[in-house]
Design a protein around this ligand. Structure first.
Ligand code: NAP
Ligand code: G4F
Length: 330
């Protein structure tokens, strides 16, 4: 029988890749979307006709109950969140409501209305924050450094708790940073690659950035959604670190992005204290050993190829929109 998957956050980066992946596997895909005065479906435009969109919001229990009751999903992927770390200092309680308590609301809906559904929680390497060991594993203690990280720790442990209290098939994927041409423009990787594309095409002459020394373990989002699915296909629910096992500084990302467009980054990057955070996560590097051994998962796209893919696609997309505009204006 065709399996049904419900994805919260389907309009986000990961939601768009996961829905494409599950459609390829033959799933009937349901995606939760929030009401908005303008539709923001660009990331799922190519599959919009093949997925069922249901209105709902992680801050609203009744919409979650209704969705679960109606759909009766076999698998639920909770990807929705206020996911931008700097915003979590400006909107700490909203971040807690969505990113933290949202997970409990969804788990409650499942406990009451579809307790045998398999549940995936989008946990984050931000939970490690001020890291207690290098590299970070499933057993490394958490020390979050932002309201976002704190909310993710809560959501992580409520997932563990529902597994232990109610015997639910609930898993957390502790995913390290993963990027793609569909990444939001506010995150540093896409801010850089989009900025490089604008500079290359003569549309800008600088990129303003904060801390270039921060190090992240960056992978490709298209690879990481497979790991989410694999977790829900196991005999037992468990938590897994999903990472590349390599770390690079923001400065290295900048150098690689400018050099893949044939540009010298030092002529264009301006340091701006506005983008420095009140508390920084200095170094993230994950150990994906458990995922490799138990899920048979490993990433396919490496750091340099990821940067190149993002720069090339940003240049291509901008070029196309410039020529489209010039046709419209003639
Ligand atoms: P994203 O692009 O920011 O997408 C977030 C999604 O959540 C969007 O679809 C957004 O909808 C939705 N959303 C926000 N508030 C909501 C609410 N109140 N109710 C329902 N939906 C809501 O994030 P992403 O990069 O795809 O990440 C997916 C998940 O993985 C997030 O939980 C993130 O925190 C986590 N994570 C990401 C990474 C990473 O490196 N990307 C690493 C670890 C963990 P709108 O389109 O309407 O805004
Ligand atoms: O790209 P970022 O904003 O991602 P961050 O904070 O690591 O969070 C992302 O990954 C997490 C997984 O670890 C997810 F849970 C979370 O939802 C999100 O997807 O910033 C990366 C680094 C930071 O150290 C930041 O200080 O880049 C540094 N940075 C330097 N200049 C900047 C900038 N970040 C942004 N966004 N903008 C800058 O101008």
């Amino acid at each position: 029988m065709t399996k049904k998957a419900l994805i919260t956050g389907i309009t986000g980066q990961d939601g768009s890749y996961l829905s494409g992946f599950l459609l390829e596997k033959g799933y009937e895909v349901y995606g939760m979307v929030r009401r908005s005065s303008v539709e923001r479906f660009e990331r799922i435009e190519h599959i919009k006709d093949r997925v069922h969109l249901v209105q709902g919001d992680l801050t609203d229990q009744s919409s979650l109950d209704e969705a679960v009751k109606e759909i009766q999903p076999d698998e639920v992927y909770n990807l929705a969140a206020q996911s931008f770390v700097p915003t979590s200092w400006n909107q700490p309680t909203l971040t807690g409501e969505i990113t933290g308590l949202g997970a409990t609301r969804l788990l409650e809906a499942l406990r009451k209305l579809k307790p045998d559904a398999r549940f995936y929680q989008a946990s984050s390497s931000e939970m490690f924050g001020k890291v207690r060991e290098v590299p970070q594993t499933e057993l490394t203690p958490f020390h979050p450094r932002s309201p976002y990280g704190v909310a993710k720790v809560y959501a992580h442990f409520i997932t563990v708790n529902y597994r232990e209290s109610y015997d639910m098939f609930a898993c957390s994927g502790i995913l390290f940073n993963h990027e793609s041409p569909r990444r939001g423009l506010e995150f540093v990787t896409r801010k850089i690659t989009h900025g490089v594309a604008r500079i290359k095409l003569g549309l800008a002459n600088e990129i303003r950035l904060g801390n270039l020394d921060a190090k992240r373990d960056w992978g490709y989002a298209g690879d990481y959604v497979e790991a989410m699915w694999l977790m829900l296909q196991q005999d037992r629910p468990d938590d897994y670190v999903i990472a590349s096992g390599e770390t690079h500084s923001v400065r290295e990302f900048v150098e690689a992005a400018f050099s893949s467009a044939g540009l010298d980054w030092e002529r264009f990057v301006v340091l701006d204290p506005k983008f420095v955070r009140p508390a920084e996560v200095d170094l993230l590097i994950g150990d994906p050993k458990k995922a490799r051994e138990k899920l048979g998962w490993s990433p396919k796209v490496g750091f340099r190829d990821l940067v190149k893919m993002m720069v090339e696609e940003d240049i291509e997309t901008l070029k196309n929109s410039i020529s489209l505009n010039s046709i419209v204006n003639t």
